[in-house]
Design a protein around this ligand. Structure first.
Ligand code: ZN
Length: 164
């Protein structure tokens, strides 16, 4: 499966309202279980909304996100329903967790989880909200032997990027 991103989930959602509802479902703990069928490469996810729905997401396709949901709006509308959006977020969380486990050092894992924390906040940020961030950069000694430039990128909101 292609590596999921929040942007990819947003693109596949039927509308921005559906995306927001799906994200809310995911955050409210509506995802009741996620399992992977190794033989078919399919995620099966139970989502508790007004009824319990079953979402499947195909892991094998590299080019597109292949999904099903057994709710009524999945049949009526084109684009992913809110249950699929919630399901995709749980697959994303699963992938991030797997990635974190595969990192070699505790420092890498810590840096990665800090990044994930801020990435996860992006949909909650209100306009004009201020974050105070104190970055600590450690340069290994072997890299300081020659002169060079280091860049630090700080991303604020959706489209502001500062390089120091
Ligand atoms: Zn649905």
């Amino acid at each position: 499966m292609q590596e999921l991103t929040r942007a990819a989930i947003r693109n596949v959602a039927a509308s921005s309202t559906v995306y927001a509802r799906g994200l809310q479902l995911f955050r409210s703990g509506a995802v009741k279980g996620i399992s992977i069928q190794r033989t078919t490469g399919q995620f099966r996810i139970g989502i508790m909304d007004s009824y319990e729905y079953t979402v499947t997401i195909d892991e094998k396709s590299d080019t597109e996100i292949v999904y099903t949901c057994n709710c009524a709006s999945a049949i009526k509308e084109s684009g992913a329903c809110k249950h699929v959006v919630a399901g995709l977020f749980s697959v994303l969380k699963h992938q991030e967790h797997e990635k974190l486990k595969s990192l070699p050092t505790p420092e890498d894992r810590r840096a990665c989880s800090v990044m994930d924390f801020f990435r996860g906040q992006e949909d909650l940020v209100q306009p004009m909200e201020v974050f105070h961030i104190e970055p600590v950069i450690t340069v290994p000694k072997m890299l300081t032997a020659n002169e060079g430039n280091a860049y630090l990128s700080l991303k604020c909101g959706h489209d502001l990027l500062y390089k120091v």
